[in-house]
Design a protein around this ligand. Structure first.
Ligand code: TYM
Length: 359
């Protein structure tokens, strides 16, 4: 049986990259899941703390993200939907699952895995390197002392590994930007299995499940990925954007001046990105879509991309506006999700501790 887990940071409204690269794939996996499969989708509050967060904003963005997961069609009866930081004291207080006192599971495994992770490996992570580069730019100094960055930024890939391994996950649906973190996760699983030999290896080595559009690019700079952190808000389309916002962002997307439309991600990244988006919205292949536009121009392509995105987002966007007001329902979903998640994580933590002489 498959154990499928993925997560998303509650750092603002998700963009089209998050939606097409990850979230929509979660819904597809839910639809095609076998009856033995376990699906877990989590809002990763602990991860958000690597950047400064205003507490009241964080409270509402965490709620909003859960509402979005429901709005796109994830069903709490089929998938375990939970806040990462609830798999700890809050849920325990609710139902006194504390009898077995193995909480908080994500954080405990995080610490254990930290102690198996060489710091050199973390310094080679591209996420760490790009944070360093970004803070260099912000400080306009050639040399910035990395001691200014908080250590959570360096070690959060280990927390992600703990998120995955604490459920003995086998499959992880994420975008391409997460592949280095998954490689680290497999390394850590292997190291643990080798170091603490039991009758059978404790952790499976999880693999990623790619969406067809695993990398959606910035609309303004199609050499980089669409991201929440870019200062140019026209570079991304948000889940909550109105029809007119979608239109103006797509219309101003950077393409090229080559005549006609073709799919060539290297030579024509901007045009190809629009084709990737159109294909993802209409459940088809980008090269196939390109053939339909061979004799058409960028104007026509952009019009159709606008319509396809609006068509795809209209329903879920309205659903989000409705669900986000239902605070009691959201709390109930989160509480039930945390308890179900803990049934799986507590068994793992117990075995981990046994293997290590900590039980
Ligand atoms: P996060 O919150 O940055 O992104 C959530 C998901 O969106 C995907 N994604 C993209 N896909 C295609 N094109 C893009 N431009 C694009 N931008 C983002 C990401 O690949 C991701 O799947 N560390 C993770 C969250 C996390 C997690 C986990 C994921 C924490 N624990 C355990 C899986 C399993 C993150 O920051 O994702």
């Amino acid at each position: 049986r498959r154990v499928i887990l993925s997560g998303i940071q509650p750092t603002g409204i998700p963009h089209l990259g998050n939606y097409l690269g990850a979230l929509s794939n979660w819904v597809k996996l839910q639809k095609s899941a076998g009856k033995d499969d376990i699906l877990l989708f989590t809002v990763v509050g602990w991860h958000a703390l690597t950047l400064p967060q205003d507490p009241s904003t964080l409270r509402s963005t965490r709620d909003d993200m859960l509402a979005i997961l429901l709005a796109i069609g994830l069903d709490p009866e089929q998938s375990i939907l939970f806040h990462q930081n609830h798999v700890s004291s809050e849920a325990v207080q609710c139902v006194r699952l504390a009898q077995r006192s193995q909480n908080p599971h994500h954080m405990e495994l995080y610490w254990i895995l930290n102690c198996l992770t060489p710091t050199g490996k973390l310094r080679r992570m591209t996420t760490w390197k790009s944070r360093l580069a970004a803070s260099r730019n912000a400080n306009s100094e050639d040399e910035i002392d990395e001691s200014l960055l908080n250590s959570g930024l360096l070690t959060y890939p280990v927390l992600q590994a703990a998120d995955i391994l604490v459920y003995r996950t086998t499959h992880v649906p994420v975008g391409e930007d997460q592949s280095q973190h998954l490689e680290l996760t497999r390394d850590l699983a292997e190291t643990f299995n080798r170091t603490f030999k039991g009758k059978t290896p404790l952790f499976p080595l999880p693999i990623s499940i790619d969406a067809p559009s695993k990398r959606i690019l910035s609309l303004r700079d199609p050499t980089s990925k669409m991201s929440k952190s870019s200062p140019d808000t026209a570079s991304r389309i948000l889940f909550t954007d109105t029809a007119s916002q979608i239109k103006s962002k797509v219309k101003s997307a950077v393409t090229d001046s080559i005549h006609g439309i073709s799919y060539d991600p290297i030579a024509r990244p901007g045009t190809s990105n629009l084709l990737t988006i159109l294909a993802a919205c209409t459940d088809s292949d980008a090269p196939d879509v390109a053939k339909l536009y061979e004799c058409k121009g960028h104007g026509q392509l952009k019009d159709d991309v606008v319509d396809a995105i609006e068509e795809m987002l209209r329903g879920p966007r309205a659903e989000f506006e409705r669900i986000k007001r239902e605070k009691l329902y959201l709390d109930d979903v989160a509480r039930r999700g945390a308890l179900k998640a803990m049934e799986h994580s507590s068994a793992t933590i117990q075995e981990v501790k046994m293997c290590m002489g900590l039980a």
